[in-house]
Design a protein around this ligand. Structure first.
Ligand SMILES: *Cc1c(COP(=O)(O)O)cnc(C)c1O
Length: 492
């Protein structure tokens, strides 16, 4: 084992008496621990590592170098929109005026932060063609749940309690059916056509007065624009249901097309995807929810309002579905989004979608002679290959993805969507240059060549990463998920 790469736990590097801090004089020394009720006192001192500064710095720096992020190289993870997060976003988010606020301080002391909230929800409304947004939900999935709760509150307000079904395409992201189930609604699946879009004939058979809503992702998880949206929204509205837009794939539409104009009633946006804040490893995120005019009163509390004098207030609505988060969401995440939109400006923001689409189509067209392209049409921001074209080599999508790591690229999304056996889903985003993309195309062509001339090197990849090929069956059957377990296994 290479110690520099694997390190130890910081606890194992601890030597009694070493320290890397000097604290100011303890103002509370006059109190003794006896002043704390016995029930609240520790039975023994907390175990803390004792290390010198150099050890601490090297430990964490070495660990951070084992990570891979957008700042290291291309991260073409389909469905996830891993775009560059400009440094200015971080600089603004680090300002103490923004990150030293408390959610319960009086409105009059945080007018700047409330201005950000109010203005951003207006910007998102303008970009999507909807009426108002709440920024309170913490992620896309949380936005889906909030959106469905908004729809339920709307039906209930009309005394229409029989609407219990949500129609969801078979190509949808797994969070869609999960959110509907958490909301207490029943999931009904609608099929895709062989061209990968919603099958309108199948949909017609599912519509009745028990439908609360239909959820659609557009472009869908295959990167395809759902061309029949006008007909679908008409059909669902005619039977009294509302249309929900999963906005996780909003990136290619920014500045070009608006879900509100397409007839959608409610949508969420994944700020951490479309609007550049970093994500991965589970957060933090932000999933604002927007609604068309007439549904605003059902959005979650609290709301931010502006009075005639231009002062902001935090309010609660009586018809609201209630609270979905402790306060007002992940402020520093949507602050970055606000900075990103202002940095681009009204004109440049219109280039986000077209450039994302251009980059994806350029990669698709440059590789489709060596990788299998099951749906060969103009795509939006992402597309899906079904493995290598030459199936005789035995090299799988997993092998290609692992081999990419040796060349310094993050792998695309693999084996999703489930519509193909060897899915290999690429999303470059608009923030990559032509040079970077050409480098990526070159490497994927090289791997396709290796699959013919030296398949073993691909099948046994990766060779240059801190951890080589893991046995995923063993990992699933006998997971070693803690460091202590790893040490115990190694000592056996
Ligand atoms: C990412 C994604 C989601 C879930 O969003 P989170 O922010 O990860 O909760 C939902 N739908 C689609 C299509 C997605 O790509």
């Amino acid at each position: 084992m290479n110690n520099r790469l694997y390190g130890n736990l910081i606890f194992e590097l601890s030597k009694e008496g070493r320290k890397a801090y000097s604290l100011p004089k303890n103002e509370f020394a006059k109190y003794s621990t006896k002043d704390i009720p016995a029930s609240l006192r520790r039975a023994k001192d907390a175990e803390m590592p004792e290390c010198d500064e150099m050890t601490v710095v090297r430990h964490y720096t070495n660990h951070s170098e084992n990570n891979f992020g957008v700042n290291n190289g291309l991260y073409p993870l389909g469905s996830c929109t891993m775009k560059y997060n400009p440094v200015i976003n971080e600089e603004v988010a680090m300002m103490p005026q923004f990150n030293n606020i408390h959610p319960s301080q009086p409105d009059c002391t945080c007018q700047g932060c409330l201005h950000v909230y109010y203005e951003l929800q207006k910007q998102l409304a303008a970009l999507t063609g909807l009426s108002e947004f709440t920024l309170n939900p913490f992620a896309g999935a949380h936005g889906e749940l909030t959106g469905l709760m908004t729809i339920r509150a709307y039906h209930m307000s009309r005394g229409d309690n029989k609407r219990t079904k949500v129609i969801i395409p078979d190509s949808a992201h797994g969070t869609n059916p999960a959110s509907a189930a958490v909301c207490g609604l029943e999931v009904v699946e609608v099929k895709s056509t062989k061209d990968g879009i919603v099958d309108v004939e199948d949909l017609k058979g599912l519509l009745d007065d028990s439908v609360a809503a239909m959820m659609m992702t557009n472009p869908n998880t295959l990167g395809l624009f759902e061309q029949q949206i006008p007909e679908i929204t008409k059909l669902v509205h005619e039977c009294g249901g509302l249309m929900y837009y999963d906005g996780a794939n909003f990136n290619p539409l920014v500045g070009v097309a608006r879900p509100g104009d397409m007839g959608f009633d409610v949508m969420h946006i994944n700020i951490h995807k479309t609007f550049s804040t970093p994500h991965g490893g589970g957060g933090p995120g932000s999933g604002p929810v927007g609604v068309r005019a007439g549904l605003e009163q059902f959005l979650p509390n609290p709301r931010v309002r502006k009075d005639a004098e231009g002062k902001y207030h935090v309010d609660c609505d009586e018809h609201s579905l209630g609270f979905v988060s402790g306060w007002m969401g992940n402020f520093l995440v949507y602050l970055r989004c606000y900075v990103y939109i202002l940095t681009l400006g009204k004109e440049n923001v219109k280039m986000v979608g077209p450039l994302a689409v251009l980059n994806a189509n350029y990669i698709k067209e440059s590789l489709k002679d060596v990788y299998e392209l099951p749906i060969d049409v103009l795509c939006k921001h992402e597309f899906v290959f079904d493995g290598l074209k030459d199936k005789s080599t035995g090299v799988t999508t997993m092998d290609v993805a692992k081999r990419l790591l040796d060349y310094g690229y993050h792998a695309p999304t693999i084996y999703f969507p489930l519509l193909f056996h060897e899915s290999f889903m690429i999303e470059p985003t608009e923030t990559e240059s032509k040079d970077t993309i050409d480098g990526f195309i070159g490497v994927l062509r090289k791997i396709a060549e290796e699959a013919k001339t030296n398949p073993d090197i691909v099948k046994s990849a990766p060779h240059d990463t801190p951890i080589g090929r893991v046995d995923d069956v063993l990992a699933a059957m006998n997971p070693v998920v803690t460091y202590r377990q790893l040490i115990a296994e190694n000592n056996q």
